[in-house]
Design a protein around this ligand. Sequence first.
Ligand code: SF4
Ligand code: SF4
Length: 440
Amino acid sequence: MSIISQIGFLIILALATYFIFKRVKYISKTIKLGRAENRTDQPHVRLKNMILLAFGQKKMFARPVVAFLHLLVYIGFILINIEVLEIVLDGLLGTHRIFLKPLGGFYPVVMNFFEVLALGVLVACMVFLVRRNILKVGRFQPENHREMKGWAFQDANTILVLEIVLMGAFLKMNAADFVLQTRGFGHFADSQTGSFLISQFLVPIFQNYSDTFLMVVERAAWWFHIIGILVFAVYVTYSKHLHIALAFPNAYFADLKPKGEMKNMSAVATEVKIMLGLEQAPETPTEIGRFGAKDVDDLSWKNLMDAYTCTECGRCTSACPANQTGKALSPRKIMMDTRDRLEDIKRGWIKNGMEYRDDKSLLGDYITDEEILACTTCNACVQECPVMISPLDIILQLRRYRVMEESQAPQSWNMMFQNLETNMAPWKFSPDQRLDWAKD
Ligand code: SF4
Ligand code: SF4
């Protein structure tokens, strides 16, 4: 590899690293917009959750075939990075297959393993493309779900095609390299690896070409492979595929309370306890902030991390009874809207400085009353989510804001609130008639 190529490689690597860090900085800054919330209790349970749910993808195995293919892509993605390390070192140091000497006879074993994984990733990605675009699995289709229109639908296809092309380049590179080794051409002659398990089937295609052409193919595949991976790494930070990284902290910091247990607002709970004489009123009343959430900074940091972790898989929406019965609510859209709001805030920062805030809000400009009021609080979305996201938590906080801050509840709810206040039950009976139903 010439010194010019090494410098070119260094520049590309530095640019990719710069863009990734810049993006990570903005994402963490938008997540920090959220309210503080302690999620560090029971570290052993949290660690177990992370291992089972993020690493082991436990919830995915409710659908075993898809889960197996997804696991294949995931393991392939993680392990092939070891091979990327070799490419990066070769690129920086101007070497060719730098790990061959230290690994010796073990090198072909490792490469064979990577090639089998690459084939697995390739097949799995093709199956996923077929499911989305030919079999048209309902929950991915923009015709059925408005949140899947445009970029959301293209994003998944882009990544799948990119992975197929990258794995193809890896296999092509190995096949062309092997043919050049057998011909004793240039520096390829010094790194005899033998043929590998999968790329050996491409060797006959390359046998008839000239040395120069093969060298161009090998180098083009090498550059394409590494540039593709760096582009992929930058792209992931803009895409739903950010869950590759965020699924781990998201599973670790997941809510450990039973699903049916709604979070009380401590200010309200204290007020009620004081009214019931269970607590003394403080001498100086504490300032109560906003009830519920109007915008992203009223939500907790975990709600905001949930938004960046959402894989847009739509399992929550498929299980949502409100969505199934044709209501406007889609829990996936709630998560995507929250992320869109964060991204819009970030764009405002880039354009107008870090203090800038537009006059929009999550509730009203992104999520409508109709959506949040349709929720039955059944928790099916929380149960289904493979990466431990709670769309319900966001819905409840938005709803609390509408009802408690703006007193805008539907008429039927107001009647129920009135009954609760006067009858201590949602029904229009006086408290002394409460047990009448049990007579006789
Ligand atoms: S909790 Fe609400 S959003 Fe979630 S599945 Fe049930 S109805 Fe749908
Ligand atoms: S919230 Fe969970 S289940 Fe719903 S789309 Fe996102 S990742 Fe999938």
